[in-house]
Design a protein around this ligand. Structure first.
Ligand SMILES: O=C(O)[C@H](O)[C@@H](O)[C@H](O)[C@H](O)COP(=O)(O)O
Length: 260
């Protein structure tokens, strides 16, 4: 596993704009070489901030939206259309403004969907959907995601993998239900670390002073059960995208080299 790369931007707005530009290039390159691209979205302010910046990006439509597969890293297990749902927020920020192929957009099940209030059954169904989309060359029963994005919580959680809770300890299943999450709402569905680690690239988004401790802990050798962000890495690249506030408590040895 190659060490994580860090890129620090002046502030969260610039981080979102730069991350959006980075995503456009990554998707365009994947589509040019393979004919399609596969991206995992994340919820939260930084994840939605990136989507909002992407919607406004001048080069946005260099992406062939009809050949983009979208998945989610986690979802709040609430009814369809609930403003709390990550997919609801993603639709408002970007998805409703671009010509995606609906067959290639894979939201996680809602709490009023075919699995009712059974988050574990809904999680299992999403795992089956991921496995069906996996190819023979894939490293886990999930597609080879080009980019899997993760917002980082102030407690170092990523997706809905919270410190010390059962989901972060999962080593076999790719998707599990989460009960009693400390970040409301308490019931969620989440990819697990094995699924996250099947991605070619994992990008962690951390902006704001409230993420400074989490970034420092996760990047200074903490264990993944105590600091789930520490266990989120990609097969070929792990990239932390921070703003200066979130990077403010990083050990000097980690902070990207000052320009000469
Ligand atoms: O469902 C969620 O809440 C998100 O997927 C979660 O993992 C989020 O990305 C982090 O909590 C960071 O959220 P902020 O960017 O809002 O701090």
């Amino acid at each position: 596993m190659s060490p994580p790369q860090l890129v620090v931007h002046r502030d969260k707005e610039l981080m979102a704009q730069a991350a959006a530009a980075r995503l456009i290039t990554k998707v365009v390159d994947a589509q040019a070489s393979r004919g399609y691209a596969s991206v995992v979205l994340t919820g939260g302010r930084n994840g939605n901030g990136l989507l909002t910046a992407l919607a406004a990006a001048p080069a946005r439509d260099a992406i062939d939206w009809g050949r983009l597969d979208l998945w989610w890293g986690d979802e709040r297990f609430v009814p369809e259309g609930d403003p709390e749902r990550n997919v609801t927020q993603a639709r408002e920020a970007l998805l409703d403004s671009v010509p995606l192929d609906p067959k290639r957009v894979h939201p996680m099940p809602a709490a009023d969907g075919p699995y009712g209030k059974d988050a574990d059954a809904a999680a299992e169904a999403y795992a089956v959907e991921l496995a069906k989309a996996a190819g023979p060359e894939n490293h886990a029963p999930v597609p080879s995601f080009d980019v899997l994005m993760l917002g980082v919580g102030p407690d170092t959680h990523v997706a809905s993998l919270f410190p010390e809770l059962p989901a972060v300890r999962e080593t076999e299943r790719t998707v599990v239900g989460v009960h009693g999450a400390p970040k409301p709402p308490p019931t969620r569905i989440t990819l697990t670390l094995p699924a996250i680690r099947a991605a070619r690239e994992v990008w962690l988004l951390a902006a704001g002073e409230d993420k400074a401790n989490a970034a420092a802990i996760a990047l200074s050798g903490a264990g993944e059960v105590q600091a789930p962000a520490a266990g989120a890495y990609g097969r070929s690249r792990t990239l932390w995208l921070l703003d200066a506030a979130a990077a403010s408590r990083l050990p000097r040895s980690l902070y990207p080299p000052a320009s000469p």
